[in-house]
Each structure stands twice: as structure tokens, then as C-alpha cells.
Design a protein around this ligand. Structure first.
Ligand SMILES: [Zn+2]
Length: 486
């Protein structure tokens, strides 16, 4: 009998082994092999232009009244001077306080428009922490310095340079092309909201919306040596709730068994101990589908056999905070308050908990889930301002995605492409009614240490990287003019 059981398990083991090997052997690459193309004509002045653009202190502020709109106007005048052909060929409209929407009509009405996004505003600086003056736009040793070099004037100016290059060569687009440059992305994106609403009102259904977000990572994706162009196909949602408990007060010499603070603490513990489960959502599945086949043995076996070894992968993801945030709706208690004196029982206690939602749950569903988990009528749950749903997931089976992939191959030799989930947010989230195909990618080539300079000190970009971005946008706009070849 024992022998039979052993034999049985041995068979199963061998079958599984064969399945693993077969699955791995047929795990085919989704990368495309494309020849680099020569793109000449990036203007000499493009470098000086980015330096000058950085010089405008277009700092955003939660309070519109505190925004220096004169600086934005000056920035607009600079754009007019630097990009005369763009301004001759494209219509320009103003939204919010300073958001810019450019448009050129395409000649082929059967092709859907494209919309390129970037934002003009930047976050404030702590000047003492910088090695160079943050708004100097200084150009030294092949590097352009300053706030906004990466976030996000680098893209904005690269897009303008690309358009100017195209018009210089007599470009007449087949597809209607929009450039939409927000003025307050860092504080909520009212500019983007206004422009997206207008496009929606005009019935624009775009073939592609491309915004900042993810980048070309160097040495960041584990087990991969090549640079990886990560394309955000969705972004996480945002929800902050306040838990509040009102309870009998009194003197602490004769306390009740429970107080507002102990009831609230219990609720916090329940919430943190019952975090939503780790899940592979579509963008992460897509990421593994694109990256897995590029990983060498034996790790590739794990990626190729998610059906069996998904648990191991989840373990790997959840073992680091960024990995965990990629596969989970995260829970972070961030503020707590209650009580007024050491010998007085508190009558109220409050806690604030911030969640970042995966694209598989809505804010309503999460609040329902919290009520169930806390299961205590004495704890009130209030949704605070600023909640937003996760962005709809854009497919990777689209003409827009494959064109981005092709363009990456044409401009950045040896770079892999991988869709992914964006943990932060971008203006593009406001465009979900303008297009189903929203991608978050600007071709900055960045290492881990560069990422820290975004919103931090010493933000800068190499001239080489910046000019490659211009080539990318130039080539992408050109590639998108052609209808999909089926
Ligand atoms: Zn940004």
C-alpha cells in the first residue's frame, strides 16, 4: 500500500516537472526586435531651451490665489519665442489659470487623434540642499540642472522640440494631434480636469493619450541587466478615511472597561491585521508576461509557471515595501489623536488611515470592507477629501501600445519594454473619458539614485538623455500618423 502511494506521488511529481519544463520552454518573448533609426536634426538650441524653461519658477500651490500666474505667462511667451512653428501651425487655448491646449487638425478624418500630456508646474525646493541653484537651468559637464528637469519640463520641452522639428520638415499630420500641458499637476490637476472635460465635450475619442509616469529604468528591475522601458497602464487609487469614536468621559480614577481610545485602537488593529489580500492585477500580470521570458534560468521557471508557483512570486513581491505596494491595496495609519489630559477619560478619539487602491477595488467597496472588518457601531468611518478611484487598466493589445514599444526599439537600442502598474499619480487619470488607451511613460533613462531627485534635491538630466527624448517623441508622433496595418 505504502509503495503504491509513493509511486502515485512520484507520477504526479514527474508530470508536474514535465509541465514546468514545457511551460518554460514555450515561454516566448514579447519583446520586438527593431532596428535603431537615425533621427537627425535635433536642434542645437534644444539644450539652451530646457535650461531656460527650468528658469521659470512655475511652482504650484494648493491655493490658486497664491500661484504666481505672471511666471506662467512669461513661460508661455518663452514657448512662443522658442517654438514659432508650433505656434504658427497649432491652435492654442488656455484653461484653468495657465493650462495650455494645442491642437492641429489631421488630414485623415478616419484616424483617431493622439494626445500628448505634460505639466508646466513644479514642486517647491529646499534651496540649501542643492549643489546648484535649483532654478538656474545651469548646463555643465553634459548635464542640465534644475527643478523640473525630470518632473516634468524635460518631457514638455522635448515634446515641443519634436513638434518644432516636425513642422520644420513640413509636417502635416494625418491624425489630429493635441498637446495638453497642465498647470497644477502637483496639486490635483485642475488644469488637466478642465482640458479633459473640454475634449470630452467635443467628443474626442483618442487613439492614444501619453503622459509622464513611468520611465526607462536602469539597474532597477531585478534579474534584468538591460534597461527596461516601463509603461504605466493603470495607476492606483487613493482613499483616506477618518475613524472616530465618541464615548463616555469621566475621571480616570474610575474608568469604564473601555474608553474612546481603546475602542478606536481596537478598530485600527483590526484594519491593519486584515489588509486586503495580495493580488496580481492585470498590469502586474502584463509586467510578468513581458519581463518573465527575459529572465534567465532558473528564475524563469517561476515566472513561466505562475499557475503553480504564484505563491512564491507573491512572497517575493510582498517581501519589500515597493513590491508589496505593487500587489496590494496598502493600508497606512498616518495620524491619531484623542484625550486632553493625563487623568481625564477622552470623549473622542480619531485616527486617519490612508489607502492606495489596486485597480481591482473601488473606494466604495473598500469602505464597505472596512465596515465589515471593524464591525463596531461605535466607530464612525468618514471618507476624507481627495479620494480617487484607481485608473482603468489600458490594454497592451492596442495599436498605441505597440507603437510606443516599436518607437522605444527605434530610439533606445537594447531596451526592453514592460507594461506595469504606476504607484503614484499623473494628470492622465483625468482623461479616462477621452481614451481607453492611456499610457504613462516618458523616456527618461534613470537609475535608482536619479529617482530620489524627483521632488528632492539636485534634479537634473543629461543632455544625451534629453535629446534621446526629443528623438523618441519625434519618432512616436511620426509613427502614429500611419493607420494600423492589420
Ligand atoms: Zn510630474
Amino acid at each position: 500500500m505504502v509503495k503504491k502511494v509513493v509511486k502515485y506521488f512520484l507520477y504526479i511529481f514527474i508530470l508536474l516537472l514535465i509541465a514546468l519544463v514545457l511551460k518554460t520552454a514555450f515561454y516566448t518573448s514579447k519583446q520586438v526586435n527593431i532596428k535603431n533609426v537615425e533621427i537627425a536634426g535635433v536642434s542645437e538650441s534644444s539644450v539652451a531651451h530646457l535650461g531656460m524653461a527650468i528658469g521659470f519658477k512655475t511652482i504650484s500651490n494648493m491655493d490658486n490665489n497664491l500661484v504666481d500666474t505672471a511666471v506662467f505667462r512669461a513661460f508661455h511667451s518663452f514657448l512662443e519665442t522658442a517654438y514659432p512653428l508650433v505656434h504658427q501651425n497649432m491652435g492654442k487655448e488656455l484653461f484653468n489659470h495657465s493650462a495650455l491646449l494645442y491642437k492641429i487638425e489631421g488630414s485623415n478624418k478616419s484616424l483617431k487623434p493622439i494626445v500628448l500630456l505634460a505639466h508646466q508646474d513644479v514642486v517647491p525646493v529646499v534651496e540649501e540642499e542643492w549643489d546648484e541653484a535649483p532654478f538656474s537651468g545651469k548646463i555643465e559637464n553634459g548635464v542640465i540642472w534644475g527643478r523640473g528637469a525630470l518632473d516634468n519640463k524635460g518631457s514638455l520641452i522635448a515634446i515641443m522640440e519634436a513638434m518644432e522639428m516636425l513642422f520644420n520638415l513640413g509636417f502635416q499630420p494625418e491624425r489630429t494631434t493635441y498637446l495638453a500641458f497642465g498647470d497644477d499637476e502637483e496639486v490635483g490637476g485642475n488644469g488637466a480636469i478642465a482640458m479633459a472635460a473640454e475634449l470630452e465635450k467635443r467628443g474626442v475619442d483618442a487613439e492614444m493619450v501619453l503622459d509622464e509616469g513611468m520611465v526607462i529604468t536602469k539597474g532597477i528591475v531585478p534579474m534584468i541587466e538591460q534597461p527596461v522601458a516601463t509603461i504605466g497602464t493603470s495607476e492606483k487609487g487613493y482613499l483616506t478615511v477618518e475613524l472616530a469614536c465618541k464615548y463616555e468621559g469621566g475621571h480616570s480614577s474610575m474608568p469604564n472597561a473601555e474608553t474612546a481610545i481603546s475602542i478606536l485602537s481596537n478598530a485600527i488593529v483590526k484594519v491593519t491585521e486584515n489588509r486586503p489580500a495580495a493580488t496580481f492585477t492585470q498590469p502586474v500580470n502584463d509586467f510578468m508576461g513581458f519581463i518573465g521570458p527575459e529572465i534567465s534560468w532558473p528564475a524563469r521557471v517561476v515566472f513561466a509557471n505562475k499557475w503553480l508557483l504564484g505563491g512564491i512570486l507573491k512572497g517575493i513581491y510582498t517581501s519589500s515595501s515597493p513590491g508589496n505596494a505593487t500587489v496590494r491595496t496598502t493600508t497606512a495609519p498616518t495620524m491619531v489623536s484623542g484625550g486632553i489630559k493625563d487623568n481625564v477619560l477622552p470623549t473622542t478619539a480619531k485616527a486617519t488611515i490612508n489607502f492606495r487602491l489596486l485597480p481591482n477595488i473601488s473606494t466604495d467597496e473598500l469602505v464597505k470592507y472596512l465596515r465589515k472588518v471593524i464591525d463596531d457601531w461605535r466607530v464612525d468611518i468618514t471618507v476624507l477629501e481627495g479620494a480617487r478611484e484607481p485608473a482603468p487598466v489600458s490594454s497592451v493589445e492596442t495599436y498605441a501600445f505597440s507603437t510606443i514599444q516599436k518607437t522605444v526599439g527605434q530610439v533606445f537600442e537594447g531596451t526592453l519594454v514592460a507594461p506595469t502598474l504606476m504607484l503614484g499619480s499623473s494628470d492622465s487619470r483625468h482623461y479616462s473619458k477621452v481614451s481607453k488607451n492611456i499610457y504613462r511613460f516618458a523616456p527618461y533613462q534613470l537609475r535608482n539614485e536619479d529617482l530620489a531627485t524627483i521632488h528632492g534635491a539636485n534634479e537634473k538630466i543629461s543632455i544625451e538623455n534629453y535629446q534621446a527624448m526629443i528623438r523618441f517623441y519625434y519618432q512616436l508622433i511620426k509613427n502614429m500618423q500611419v493607420a494600423e496595418q492589420k
